[in-house]
Design a protein around this ligand. Sequence first.
Ligand SMILES: Cc1ncc(COP(=O)(O)O)c(C=O)c1O
Length: 396
Amino acid sequence: MPTLPPAHPGLPLAEVDTPALIVDLDAFERNLKRMADAAAAAGVRVRPHAKTHKSPIIAQKQVALGATGICCQKVSEAAIMVEGGIRDVLVSNEVIGARKLDRLAALSRQARVIGCVDDPLGVSQLAAAAERHGARVDVVVEINVGASRCGIDPGAPAVALAQAVAREKHLRFAGLQAYQGRAQHFRTIAERRAAIDEAIERTATTVRALKAAGLPCDIVGGAGTGTFELEAASGVYNELQAGSYIFMDADYARNKRADGEPYDTFEHALFVFATVMSMTQSDRAVVDAGLKAFAFDSGPPEPVGFPGAIYERPSDEHASRSRRQGAPHPRPLRPNGQPARLVRRHPWHGRPGSRRRKRVAGRGAGCAVLGSSLRARMLTRPAHPRGSSRRPSRRS
Ligand SMILES: Cc1ncc(COP(=O)(O)O)c(C=O)c1O
């Protein structure tokens, strides 16, 4: 039976099928540029984390604005990036197991694919895979700079591991990964600064010790959206790995600037577009975006532009929007069938400002995007002229 895609170029926003993941392209493009400009001003490279988008199209946009390459958390994501034309990919995570490492080593023959290790087993397994594929793989040593997730202890243990890498014929020591993940969502600048000062100190000590051992670091990487300005100004880090900045999730907006105001360096740019599908009570609307449409790891989404409305009681494909007690009657409670936007919490969501033009993407493969005219266009080059109302042919 023929089916229509959820959106296509030229489609008005109100006609986009829901629930749909939508991008405010104006905000997204400004976010890309702000990070590129900040890194250039600080004299450091950007290697954005692609875990936020997992899209070679977006990675290409970041590279076009000067990114030195991309980070991925998984070998399968790195493969998609290399296939999509990204020439320099850091798998910023420990990889164990012959099948994954064989894939990484094979990929490293097509592009620069950098591995990451924090123990001797990782070194020997990666070296064996590289040998099997006749490759020479660049490797960073991950050090624990305070987050206590992965990472060998800084200083002498890290130097010993780097030496183990350097001894392997099929590996090349490329530097350090020193990411302080826990600090990213510390709310005050004082807390973030204290954590990153410690990370900088641990990293600087290790860089010096490596240099003394004859192992200079090409890459000293780390930093996320919450702290990148601190690492950029450190004189120690030379690559920023921030990722979430492109869409700016709602949790990052709870971080505070030095003056106590919400952190607003980047704008929310990713939303879930939903339809009110039932409204049998005047203070409650049921929308078609539930547990399957959101990540709830940082709490429920926020309705956009409807003060007083709260999102609650999600089930698989439903959720209610009610008003907070005492709040004015929430305007989002529109008649059935009217679409409304919801802010997606971590890792995706935001609250677009009213002055902003809405350029939004439909869900799914192809990612149709609404232009400033509130008509769909593609994130990639449009198949039809922008604003065209020509419908694509139906597909089965
Ligand atoms: C190793 C590494 N680097 C960088 C980042 C990017 O952080 P953010 O998305 O908060 O900017 C992450 C996020 O989890 C990460 O795991």
